[in-house]
Ligand binder design. Structure first.
Ligand code: HEC
Ligand code: HEC
Length: 220
């Protein structure tokens, strides 16, 4: 009897794995999901988790701590869930390999697409049948492009009110912790990998980076 139950549990867990990502999978699978794809899987992004704020507490010098925290924040900023909306060209990117958006769409006024091909023709307020979504779905302005840039560059750029939409450091911290398009990074449709860690931890690290002086990594 017992082994029948066990087999049933295994079968259910496997079905769950296939159908619902990682609901009901083993500790090992969960760890794998946290850490991102196994070696050899063709995903260019890093996936993985975010360290806790406490893990930086043994770095004595505040500026060094700030830079180290930013390195972790950077694994999110450089993730396709964010970069795909912060591209260099005039089109968004899509997927875990940041391919050009198909169908072909352009930035248009306010990043909302060209007339007749607006983002909200297809993207609604939430993910729907594999089409990602979120209120105000649109491309980040060209001056907020991160694609292909070093973390040092991205760092200077997001702090610069001339390039970040006039945000103070306080507003930048709020944006990272609360903006709904940032939140999307951890809640994509199933076919995409979420950004590393959790949004909450990301918000905490962003706040700590700013509170420790918002130091940027040295130019690479
Ligand atoms: C659907 C598109 C979209 C996605 C996905 C997206 N962003 Fe943005 N992002 C925008 C837009 C639009 C703006 C400009 C909004 C503003 O200035 O208020 C922006 C602005 C920003 C800014 C302001 C500063 C600057 O220079 O860019 C930060 C920081 C930011 N996003 C972080 C993120 C992070 C982190 C992620 C991923 C977890 C992310 N974004 C995902 C569209 C997106
Ligand atoms: C004709 C419909 C359509 C229009 C218009 C459209 N999209 Fe998309 N978009 C899609 C579909 C469908 C997907 C998902 C494709 C897939 O995963 O195979 C997608 C995916 C994306 C992704 C990938 C998200 C990620 O996490 O990788 C981004 C970013 C995106 N669209 C931004 C935009 C922006 C910005 C606009 C307006 C300038 C826009 N789209 C206009 C249909 C559209």
């Amino acid at each position: 009897m017992r082994h029948v139950i066990r087999d049933l549990v295994t079968a259910t867990a496997l079905a769950g794995l296939v159908l619902a990502g990682c609901d009901g999978c083993s500790e090992k699978d969960k760890k794998q999901a946290e850490q991102g794809p196994a070696a050899g899987e063709k995903v260019t992004s890093e996936g993985g988790s975010l360290p806790s704020l406490e893990s930086f507490s043994d770095i004595d010098k505040e500026a060094d701590r700030s830079r180290e925290i930013f390195q972790s924040i950077g694994t999110v900023l450089k993730h396709p869930r964010c970069v795909n909306c912060h591209p260099t060209e005039d089109q968004p990117l899509m997927g875990d390999r940041s391919r050009p958006h198909r169908p072909m769409v352009v930035r248009g006024k306010g990043g909302m697409g060209a007339p007749g091909m607006r983002c909200n023709t297809c993207h609604t307020n939430k993910n729907y049948q594999g089409v990602p979504g979120g209120a105000g779905w649109r491309m980040a302005p060209a001056e907020m492009a991160w694609e292909g840039k070093s973390l040092a560059e991205i760092c200077r750029q997001i702090k610069d009110p001339e390039r970040n939409g006039g945000k103070s450091l306080e507003q930048l911290a709020e944006h990272m912790a609360e903006d709904n398009l940032v939140a999307y990074g951890w809640n994509p449709p199933e076919q995409y990998e979420p950004a590393p860690g959790t949004h909450q931890r990301f918000g905490t690290l962003a706040r700590a980076w700013i509170d420790s002086g918002a130091h940027c990594p040295d130019a690479e």
